[in-house]
Design a protein around this ligand. Structure first.
Ligand code: AMP
Length: 308
């Protein structure tokens, strides 16, 4: 039987977030959480992470109520969960990080449950690149590996991040991070440099301006972002994009240039829904029908044909 599960490692967090539309304190968040829930709309997910004793049981129950295997999430007795605090202003394209408390992630060394080790689809969501490498070492049969990162790790753990990049097929990265990683302002040239570091596909997320996929020195696909009239909270947009992308690809089992375009659109669809509410609010009520409806609207937005 083919295994279409996606293995995801990344932060499992309590987030304090403020936007012009409101504020939440210590709400469910984390890169692994957003991406796992997004992927679970398409395919079973195995998640690897760590939380402290303060992590509400209802959050673990919510994840388990989806197609998400949570036995890879360790709970550390007496430990404190990863906590991120950030805010957004103006066009909300960039988070201002106010606080990053790694807490239980500081001494975490992932040991994958036996049945996770045969995973074919792996997403290394945002977390210390050293942990991403430890997970990668335990999935020898991986057929497609993608990773994400952020400014915090580019400045503090660049060498390990370069090791990760050597070993992945796809990197999801936003435009500011592309520039920070390469020191090159022009995104096309910078993406081409990142391609040389390892990944076959470099997917550059541009917030409200959509996502552009580079293969080598040229763009191989570009997607507009969904025209929302109001964004409540952009937190987790990138993770939802990556989770939707990987979940869809794994569910089809087909990793071709053409199908990866569909994955970009499903990723954009999940990201656009996620930002309509704080924390996991929107994903808790989202249906597969709504996902398919927006995917079809995307098809309309980008469709064109030459005049006869
Ligand atoms: P994004 O998709 O980039 O908006 O990701 C937002 C999520 O990233 C939040 O839920 C945070 O908990 C998480 N996060 C913030 N900083 C870090 C970090 N340094 N490492 C891992 N996850 C982080």
């Amino acid at each position: 039987m083919s295994d279409n599960s996606v293995l995801i490692v990344g932060s499992v967090a309590l987030d304090t977030v403020e936007t012009p539309h409101g504020k939440v304190e210590r709400a469910l968040g984390g890169a692994a959480v957003y991406s796992s829930v997004a992927a679970s709309f398409f395919t079973p997910v195995r998640v690897v992470g760590v939380v402290g004793e303060d992590f509400p049981k209802e959050h673990l129950d919510f994840l388990a109520s989806r197609k998400i295997d949570t036995k890879g999430i360790q709970t550390i007795p007496g430990g404190k969960t990863f906590h991120w605090a950030g805010s957004y202003e103006g066009d909300m394209n960039q988070a201002n990080t106010k606080l990053t408390e790694l807490n239980v992630f500081q001494s975490f060394s992932p040991e994958l449950p036996q049945d996770y080790r045969t995973s074919k689809y792996v997403f290394l969501a945002n977390i210390d690149p050293e942990l991403q490498l430890k997970v990668l070492d335990q999935v020898p049969d991986a057929k497609l590996v993608a990773c994400d990162t952020m400014n915090f790790w580019i400045s503090s753990k660049k060498d390990s991040l370069l090791e990760v990049l050597k070993r992945v097929d796809i990197v999801f990265i936003n435009d500011a991070e592309v520039r920070q990683l390469t020191g090159i302002v022009n995104i096309t040239r910078a993406a081409s440099e990142i391609h040389k570091l390892g990944p076959k596909y470099v997917v550059v997320k541009k917030g409200e301006h959509g996502a552009v996929m580079y293969c080598g020195e040229s763009i191989c696909f570009a997607a507009a972002s969904y025209p929302l009239t109001e964004v409540a909270d952009p937190t987790g947009a990138g993770d939802s994009f990556a989770g939707g992308f990987m979940g869809y690809l794994a569910s089809t089992g087909e990793v071709s240039d053409m199908n990866i375009r569909n994955a970009v659109i499903y990723g954009s669809t999940l990201a656009s829904y996620n930002v309509q509410d704080f924390s996991l609010g929107m994903f808790k009520r989202l249906t597969k029908d709504q996902i398919n409806q927006r995917y079809n609207e995307f098809r309309q937005i980008v469709h064109f044909e030459p005049m006869a």
